[in-house]
Design a protein around this ligand. Structure first.
Ligand code: DGL
Length: 276
């Protein structure tokens, strides 16, 4: 049966936290999820490398018939999205669309804060790119953005240690560092798709009056709005409620981790990319 699914991409498992919200809100569409686990994490990689890896995966989604691809990865959104939209799309898919997670989040985060001070936590790649600072200030020029990279949080989640005492230590450490540098922060954006798995611990160490915001629902709401406004893309999508999962690494390992991120059982297929 012909299929034109929405593609959802991440460097690994993390994007499943976003996909979970998208599929929950818009269950009627067909979806393909791809985790590039063989090359994850992307967080410390250069602009060129993240662009090359992400582009290769976007081209695969297009071959699979996706008219629309969501980069459900902050690092890929920060380091590859603009080049793909401006430089690559005219060549590889002029009538296709690739969207990221930074803009939809930046568009709303200013409505959460009363103090006008927002903390942004992400990978080194996302934080050093300055993308959140720039995008948030486009929509909310008066808001102060305080950023901090949390390089230990992705490995803690990747290795399934999110309930351990080690996780407590590193969650408290980065939150203390952020809040001691700017005690007026009342909203903390989790700008990495892995971090919602640490939400319980994050909430445990947040002082009263400080809210942690995960992106899944924000991105899902924004996608629903996008599809309403773009009939040319929406009408090209098939709606049989089908979901398939691919990983560039071991499927058994992916399926074991993926259920934690996605909230239900996942059965993946292996994708061999020429350069992996
Ligand atoms: N998915 C990535 C992000 O949201 C985190 C994992 C990685 O570093 O590849 O930034």
């Amino acid at each position: 049966m012909a299929s034109s699914p929405i593609g959802v991409f991440d460097s690994g498992y993390g994007g499943l936290t976003v996909f979970r919200s998208i599929a929950g809100l818009l269950p009627e569409y067909d979806y393909i999820y791809l985790g590039d686990n063989a090359r994850a994490p992307y967080g410390n990689r250069s602009f060129d490398t993240v662009h090359q890896y992400t582009l290769e995966c976007v081209e695969w989604f297009f071959k699979m018939g996706c008219p629309l691809v969501i980069l459900a990865c902050n690092t890929a959104s920060a380091k590859a999205l603009r080049t793909i939209q401006q430089q690559d799309l005219p060549r590889i898919g002029a009538n296709k669309r690739v969207l990221g997670v930074i803009r939809p989040t930046a568009e709303v985060i200013g409505t959460y804060t009363k103090s006008g001070s927002v903390g942004v936590l992400g990978t080194k790649g996302t934080i050093n790119s300055g993308s959140y600072q720039m995008e948030i200030n486009k929509f909310f020029p008066e808001i102060k953005v305080h950023q901090l990279a949390c390089p230990m949080w992705v490995p803690i989640v990747e290795y399934g240690e999110y309930n351990s005492a080690g996780a407590d230590y590193f969650v408290q450490r980065y939150l203390d560092q952020l809040l001691s540098s700017a005690p007026e922060i009342d909203t903390i954006l989790l700008a990495c798709t892995h971090y919602p798995l640490l939400m319980e611990k994050i909430q445990k160490y947040l002082p009263a009056g400080v809210t942690a915001v995960a992106q899944g629902q924000v991105v899902a709401d924004s996608l629903a709005d996008y599809l309403q406004r773009h009939a040319e893309i929406e009408s090209a999508l098939t709606k049989e409620g089908r979901r398939s999962f691919y990983t560039t690494d071991d499927t058994l390992d992916f399926d074991t981790h993926a259920s934690t991120f996605f909230g239900e059982r996942v059965q993946s297929e292996h994708l061999h990319l020429a350069t992996v």
